[in-house]
Write a protein that binds this ligand. Structure first.
Ligand SMILES: [Zn+2]
Length: 222
């Protein structure tokens, strides 16, 4: 992009983060019961394929890249799982309550529409799936470290019950683009307090404050 386009982009960037009316995260309350046709997470998740561990500490989060091939079809669009990452504490709150952490599975179409599955994480049992990632967090920032022989499937980290809250929002980091369909799973997963502390040694606090709901509706999907 040239300088004029770049200036426009940066202005838009600041504008949406400061002034956007459909920003994320939000506090989830006053939900409405409705069915969202065509998205049954059980089926989707069973289509995720295994991928090698490719992990980056970018200073803002711990981020794992996903190999191509794990896709969701929704509203006649194909969203591909490209990466997942973690926040501490959770970005979304339920009736103003934060969870200890939140994981975001980021899916994207070729024309840059996003679909993010949010998984709330609470203090509880030791989680051996998370530990595989925690053992490999690089100290060096912004360098992807790849373990080609160490494969895993993200579906093993998801809760068995896949009911969710749905709403339309934004990326929670700049450029805060408002083209994100959010699916927040109602059932949290558990990791131990030692595992939460270990993550916080690398990333201290990376949750954006909750944003106003404005004219949006949060749908309770059962
Ligand atoms: Zn995130």
């Amino acid at each position: 992009m040239d300088w004029v386009e770049l200036a426009d982009f940066l202005t838009l960037d600041l504008y949406l983060c400061r002034e956007g009316a459909h920003q994320s995260p939000i506090d989830i309350k006053n939900v409405q019961d409705r069915n969202i046709p065509g998205l049954k997470l059980e089926g989707i998740v069973s289509d995720y394929s295994a991928t090698p561990i490719r992990i980056i500490n970018n200073g803002h989060t711990i981020h794992l890249n996903y190999n191509s091939g794990s896709k969701i079809n929704w509203k006649n669009k194909t969203f591909e799982l490209i990466q997942f990452h973690f926040h501490s504490p959770s970005e979304h709150t339920i009736n103003k309550k934060h969870y200890d952490m939140e994981m975001h599975l980021v899916h994207k179409t070729q024309d840059h529409q996003f679909l993010v599955i949010g998984v709330l994480i609470k203090k509880g049992k030791y989680n051996s799936h998370i530990q595989k990632f925690w053992d490999r967090i690089p100290n060096m920032k912004n360098k992807e470290v790849s373990y080609q022989d160490d494969r895993f499937n993200i579906k093993n980290l998801l809760p068995t019950v896949k009911e969710y809250f749905y709403y339309s929002g934004s990326l929670t980091t700049p450029p805060c683009l408002e083209n994100v369909s959010w699916f927040i799973l109602k059932t949290p997963i558990e990791i131990s307090s030692d595992q939460i502390n270990y993550f916080q040694n690398f990333i201290d606090h990376n949750a954006r404050p909750t944003q106003k709901l404005n004219d949006r509706v949060v749908t309770n999907v059962k």
